[in-house]
Design a protein around this ligand. Sequence first.
Ligand SMILES: [Zn+2]
Ligand SMILES: [Zn+2]
Length: 321
Amino acid sequence: MRAAVVTAFDQPVALEDRAVPEPGPGQVLVRLEACGLCHTDIHAMRGDWPVKPGLPFVPGHEGVGIVEKLGDGVTSRSVGERVAMPWLGHACGECRFCVSGRENLCEQQQNTGYSIDGGYAEYLVADAKFASPVPEGISALDAAPLTCAGVTTYAAVKNAHVVPGERVAVWGVGGLGHLAVQYARLVGAEVIGVDITQEKLDLARELGADHVVDASAGDPVAAIAELGGADVAIVLAVAPQVFDQAFTSLNRGGRMVLVSLPAEGTLTVPVFDTVLKGTTQKGRMSRHPHLLHAHDDGYGAPGRDSHAIMSLSMSSWATSP
Ligand SMILES: [Zn+2]
Ligand SMILES: [Zn+2]
């Protein structure tokens, strides 16, 4: 089989011929149909993060494909089934996080396309427990970006406990933000898309944002205050000033969910305002295996996500130094 392999950091990936892997006990062999490109893949290929992947490795944690073979003991998946292989490729199943449904915090976790080979290959082996079935009616291409970008933003909206009628500001309408806009709209929020480029503000509008704020054209905090302030701020941008701005724009009882991962950055929170306004800040790195439960919950497949996200991901790849 062909596989795109990272053999050295910050070098082009090498297209290699490899033997098709054999699924071990508890694993499945999957023939890939599609795999999205996430910015995390680019960080992995460059070795940007403090915990680096072991070389060589195959990137890709937005893979979708068909189960072709079952390893010993696998009863939960079947041959011919379409599955997605998310970032969380394995967790211990026994620690306090795993037993309370928070496998994404497991310290024994393995990550697809990082610590275990991912989807930029014709085949991969996956832990059957973490290969999530893709519901009927969603194509492999549409499901691929939901495997990471979709589940992350869905979880951010869900984790903020957004209720219908609340005002949600989405800071950064890129590969993740354009999905956050749609999920927030689907839970009945009044959505504000915040960005600094017209193209992304137009996209936010097209995807159902009630308001857009151009943060390059003036003070976004004042613009959001004029709209009545934000009950929830979902931060998907990495510019340092965004964190303060997002916090300041919160209403009483407001929640700020941090999703973006700037290489550096400190959140300075004024204690008086936090106490007086009863605000909450939380980080969310959601890589839950049951990614497509969003759709079981009746959210439906958001509109044009896969195509938009692929083009946005590709453009960020193309413009990376
Ligand atoms: Zn990702
Ligand atoms: Zn665990």
